[in-house]
Design a protein around this ligand. Structure first.
Ligand SMILES: Nc1ncnc2c1ncn2[C@@H]1O[C@H](COP(=O)(O)OP(=O)(O)OP(=O)(O)O)[C@@H](O)[C@H]1O
Ligand SMILES: O=C(CO)[C@H](O)[C@H](O)COP(=O)(O)O
Length: 404
């Protein structure tokens, strides 16, 4: 398919020629960004220009969390709810951080690091520091995607620690920005149709990091501790405060079912859902708005020590009204989750048992036997529902007609 002529003559990667299998439609707006220097650890000459005029307007979802806190796992669950597998852009940089499926494109905001690894070291800043990130470009490009324009997004290469040449990102139906700062910059925050924060307590983060970085990456216990400690001041200053802006927060804490537990294997997980968000109806247990404690273990749910406890009720979070659903403990048999599912309402499922089916499908993902997997799956379903309602509203048709 051929592109129209750009309004600017900046030298680009074939902006006006045929790109096979690009999926571009005629009359689509394409916003390109170029940078004159790739080697530099700061960005120079970033520019954008428009090619023609256009069409589809994606919904934009923000997912914030610290590194190693389950963003990728969550994204795999979300993509699966829409069907189809998510893959890096075909034929592109093998170290791309982007994942594309039929419906969703997930970009990692690490790609907006303005300082590479050496640059951060020289300046004595961490990747969590806003000074190491280009929020102007992030805003400009998320806005462009939201307007249905394609972008040339930079790539931060986690293997080399360098800023790689940009990759072409086309507007999908659902555009997810995941990373350290999706809700940090007010301009970017305003573009989000829905936002999620994964709030992993220090104890649990430490346990997960040890599990991954010691077992899979050969790091020592001391180096893991040191890395967590080194990040903590900037995490507290720049990442953690974003949770007040999230429409849904998944908070992961040590269990209260085992006194003084320090293993971090059994988890207490809270799904904190803001009230009054358009197209988002919080999930509830038994009776909307009531306060409920429920121990489902018994004839219909097999539970070994320490058991499972659910709680649900209204609360406030950063001064805002929320509903909180909590699960402490873990499932012995995932197929029995259907019993729990049948007591939850407003799940936005398309058929009875869809939550259980999704969980069984990804039983090998981290957290599938506890509230992290359950609540990530539920939030995935809520995002699908939100998308369908937004599309229906735009088209002026009933939500049923916009089902994916
Ligand atoms: N729900 C969970 N239960 C137990 N462990 C988990 C869970 N989620 C993530 N982990 C652990 O944390 C590791 C990192 O998870 P994941 O890759 O999803 O996080 P991430 O935020 O995308 O990380 P990064 O930003 O470093 O790429 C996993 O390999 C696993 O060890
Ligand atoms: O906080 C992070 C988000 O993933 C990373 O540490 C940051 O992107 C820097 O990456 P690297 O350690 O590969 O240089």
């Amino acid at each position: 398919m051929a592109f129209c002529s750009p309004h600017s003559t900046t030298s680009l990667r074939s902006p006006c020629t045929t790109i096979p299998n690009s999926g571009f439609r005629q009359n689509q707006v394409i916003l390109f960004t170029t940078r004159s220097s790739r080697r530099s650890n700061t960005r120079h000459g970033a520019r954008t220009f428009q090619v023609s005029c256009a069409v589809e307007q994606p919904i934009v979802i923000g997912l914030a969390a610290d590194s190693g806190c389950g963003k990728s796992t969550f994204m795999r669950r979300l993509t699966s709810v829409f069907g189809g597998a998510a893959e890096p852009p075909k034929g592109g940089n093998p170290d791309s951080n982007t994942l594309i499926s039929d419906t969703t494109t997930v970009i990692c905001l690490d790609d907006y690091h303005s300082l590479d690894r050496t640059g951060r070291k020289e300046k004595g800043v961490t990747a969590l520091d806003p000074k190491a990130n280009d929020f102007d470009l992030m805003y400009e490009q998320v806005k462009a995607i939201k307007e249905g324009k394609a972008i040339e997004k930079p790539i931060y290469n986690h293997v080399t620690g360098l800023l790689d040449p940009a990759e072409l990102i086309q507007p999908p139906k659902i555009f997810v920005i995941e990373g350290l700062h999706p809700m940090y910059d007010e301009r970017v925050r305003e573009l989000l149709d829905f936002s999620i924060y994964l709030d992993i307590s220090n104890e649990v983060k430490f346990a997960w990091k040890i599990q991954r970085d010691m077992a899979e990456r050969g790091h020592s216990l001391e180096s893991i501790k040191a890395s967590i400690e080194a990040r903590k001041p900037d995490f507290d200053a720049f990442i953690d405060p974003q949770k007040q802006y999230a429409d849904a927060v998944i908070e992961v804490l040590p269990t209260q079912l085992i006194p003084d537990d320090n293993e971090g294997k059994v988890l207490r997980v809270k799904l904190i859902m803001k009230e009054g968000i358009k197209f988002f109806n919080p999930v509830y247990l038994f009776d909307e708005g009531s306060t409920i404690n429920w121990i489902p273990c018994g004839r219909k749910l097999t539970c070994s020590y320490p058991g499972i406890k659910f709680s649900y009720g209204p609360d406030t979070y950063f001064g805002q009204e929320v509903s909180v659903l909590e699960m402490d403990g873990q499932f012995d048999r995932l197929d029995e989750l259907i019993y729990v599912e049948s007591h939850l309402s407003n799940l936005s499922t398309k058929f009875y048992g869809e939550v259980t089916q999704q969980m069984l499908k990804h039983a090998d993902f981290p957290g599938s036997n506890n509230g992290t997997g359950l609540f990530q799956t539920i939030v995935g379903l809520k995002i699908r529902d939100l998308y369908e309602q937004i599309i229906a509203e735009r088209a002026g048709v009933p939500a049923e007609a916009a089902k994916v």
